[in-house]
Design a protein around this ligand. Structure first.
Ligand SMILES: [Zn+2]
Length: 451
């Protein structure tokens, strides 16, 4: 829970930022807290793809890039645009089309009112059930996602008792749009029940969920450019994903908002602050800088895959891609540090490490760093031949992909120190003579995984 962000409306936070003096120090702890506090606030509901909170975050990022003096990095036709647009296959279903009748303990039948007594959280596919026990989750149960998945796999509908003030209840109002799931699962629906709408002793007389409507879900990556000087035709991409996993229904009374403060509001905050930093410099970098905030990373790197499939600039122009992931939870005392995924694949880490150390940030090892090379938005770029790695400055902590990934748990002094190092890294890749290169073995291997 972020107190400030819940008291102020999102745009009040953004507008307060607009009145900062023009010469305010860039890369400051105050600016980290402000941007991170907004992106990871409950108001944005965990930035699921797709969701209203995700769209608000995209607007905020575009508006902030514009205010800092950057140029739109994408286009609609000939017109410059802040958004690289793409669609993903989705499905939409409206609770009003769902029928839910119960047989109560005394044998009578009760027709529950859609929208009022229940709302559809997850439609799965067209679903019909009769004569099965109701068994709603008790209000003190912990309806963890793994359990919900197991129930769905068992083809039994899941009922979660959800108060009207819960974010999930509000998010399920009217027609609900979700991305179409790939692979197995999703057979049975998840239904939110108003407290008191069912006693738990009933059987389901009939549950009918109509087939969802197939839709193309419009989505956006946010792209901003700062033109370079003598090597302006080459580009250094600085990226992070601004989406997270959203809200999950919770029967235990908790808010169920997965704030994604570390993952990856920290990386997104860093992208914006680095853009503000370089835009405020009197001298431009030699290469152009592209700042890109990706959506749908948590849905399988879909935003960066769409970007690479239909890039707003030739990928051969990209000298290096610096992807930023989870910068704010070092989980230990000591001097600031950062690590690079898949550092054995290229000379990227050696170049980045020297730059980090100039700012007093140590380049460290992380036991899963090799495997995590394939776990973020650098991967589609790498598969397209661009030298692209993720830089992290923390660990896979116990709040990773949990509701506890809250802005209050971010180590802001650590992240601010790391940001100074990242500014050195970006400047180094933008100004040095040559480009980083994959080892021949890595180049061959990545070529084999291109899709
Ligand atoms: Zn992430």
């Amino acid at each position: 829970m972020n107190q400030r962000a819940t008291i102020l409306a999102p745009w009040a936070v953004a507008c307060a930022a607009a009145f900062l003096p023009a010469q305010a120090a860039t890369l400051s702890a105050e600016r980290v807290e402000e941007v991170l506090g907004y992106l990871a606030s409950d108001a944005l509901g965990g930035r699921d793809t797709p969701s209203r909170g995700l769209e608000e975050a995209a607007q905020f990022l575009a508006w902030s890039f514009s205010r800092a003096g950057l140029e739109p990095g994408a286009a609609v036709g000939e017109a410059p645009d802040w958004f690289h647009r793409y669609t993903l296959p989705g499905q939409q279903v409206d609770t009003s089309g769902v029928e839910l009748r119960l047989t109560s303990a005394d044998g009578g039948e009760v027709l529950l009112r859609p929208g009022t007594d229940f709302r559809l959280w997850d439609a799965g596919r067209a679903f019909t059930a009769e004569g099965i026990p109701m068994a709603p989750e008790p209000e003190d149960a912990d309806s963890d996602p793994a359990r919900v998945r197991r129930q769905m796999a068992a083809a039994a509908p899941t009922f979660v008792v959800t108060p009207a003030k819960h974010p999930a209840w509000r998010a399920a109002e009217g027609a609900r749009t979700t991305l179409r799931r790939r692979g197995r699962g999703g057979a049975a629906p998840t239904i939110l029940l108003r407290p008191g709408a069912a006693e738990g002793t009933e059987t389901i007389a009939a549950l009918r969920v109509p087939a969802p409507t197939e839709v193309d879900v419009p989505l956006r990556n946010v792209v901003a450019i700062l033109p370079g000087t003598d090597l302006a035709d080459e580009i250094v991409v600085v990226g992070a994903h601004y989406d997270h996993v959203g809200i999950r229904p919770r029967a235990d009374g908790s808010d169920g908002i997965y704030n994604g403060a570390d993952d990856d509001a920290t990386g997104t905050t860093a992208v914006l602050l680095l853009a503000e930093h370089f835009a405020a410099q009197a001298v431009r970098t030699r290469r152009s800088l592209a700042f890109v905030c990706f959506s749908a990373e948590e849905k399988g790197l879909q935003g960066s895959r769409a970007f690479v499939a239909d890039p707003p600039f030739e990928l051969s122009r990209v000298a290096a891609m610096v992807n930023l992931e989870m910068l704010g939870r070092p989980e230990k005392e000591g001097p600031p540090f950062a690590w690079v995924t898949g550092k054995e694949y290229s000379d990227f880490a050696a170049i980045a490490g020297a730059a980090l150390e100039r700012a007093g940030v140590a380049l460290t090892e992380f036991e899963m760093a090799s495997r995590l090379f394939s776990a973020s938005d650098n991967l589609p770029f790498a598969q397209a031949g661009v030298v692209a790695h993720s830089i992290s400055a923390g660990t896979l902590h116990s709040d990773y992909h949990q509701p506890g990934d809250e802005p209050s748990r971010i180590d802001v002094p650590h992240m601010t120190a790391v940001l100074a190092g990242l500014a050195e890294v970006v400047a180094e890749f933008a100004n040095r003579e040559g480009r980083p290169a994959y080892t021949p073995e890595a180049a061959e291997r990545l070529n084999g995984t291109r899709r």
